[in-house]
Design a protein. Structure first.
Length: 197
């Protein structure tokens, strides 16, 4: 027997909840930043050009996917000379390795938040990392707001922080591999605002 009327609507809604949803990352309201010590002073910077794929299954986070590709030459520390030096073989060697990538291999729920395991590749080195991701909030837009925002029906925001050692990825060669001037640990901070239509 074929379901009819309200029964069809209920089944369609139930199935929609179970299907992982691809979210659009709003780069205008997102940021990939980092902080590293120069002598004793933290220096902050960001990568201004990147692309991200976010598939988020709220019912079963294990079905979620988070992939990111960052353009190394978009680094911005607020100092053009320093940014240029970071592009050279002393550090990122951006001409040889123009991209930093992260590819998730597992996503698990931690309450409302997530723990994302994945492969981080910088230069020619790939290492597995674990990144706690905090859900800042989810909001479904009212019909009038959906029209204002071009058909967006829901917005979600996430925040993540990860510490890596730049030396594990060969960032800093020769004398720059030492940590007296540029510290080894680098704190990466990611703020993502995403939406679905």
């Amino acid at each position: 027997m074929q379901p009819v009327g309200d029964e069809i609507d209920v089944k369609e809604r139930f199935c929609a909840v179970l299907v992982p949803v691809e979210w659009n990352v709003d780069s205008t309201h997102s940021k990939v930043g980092f902080s590293v010590r120069h002598f004793f002073t933290p220096v902050e910077g960001s990568f201004d050009q990147y692309s991200a794929e976010l598939v988020w299954d709220r019912e079963n986070p294990a079905n979620s996917v988070i992939n990111t590709t960052i353009q190394v030459d978009s680094i911005n520390t607020g100092n053009a000379d320093r940014d240029g030096h970071l592009m050279t073989p002393d550090f990122f060697d951006a001409q040889t390795w123009p991209e930093i990538t992260f590819r998730s291999t597992a996503v698990e729920a931690q309450g409302d938040d997530l723990l994302v395991t994945g492969d981080l590749t910088i230069k020619d080195v790939t290492r597995q990392v674990q990144m706690p991701v905090r859900l800042l909030g989810v909001q479904e837009l009212a019909p009038e707001m959906q029209q204002m925002f071009g058909g967006i029906v829901e917005v979600a925001s996430f925040e993540a922080e990860l510490e890596v050692d730049r030396r594990d990825f060969g960032v800093g060669t020769g004398g720059w591999a030492e940590t007296a001037v540029v510290g080894g640990p680098v704190t990466i901070t990611i703020q993502i605002e995403a939406n679905r239509r």
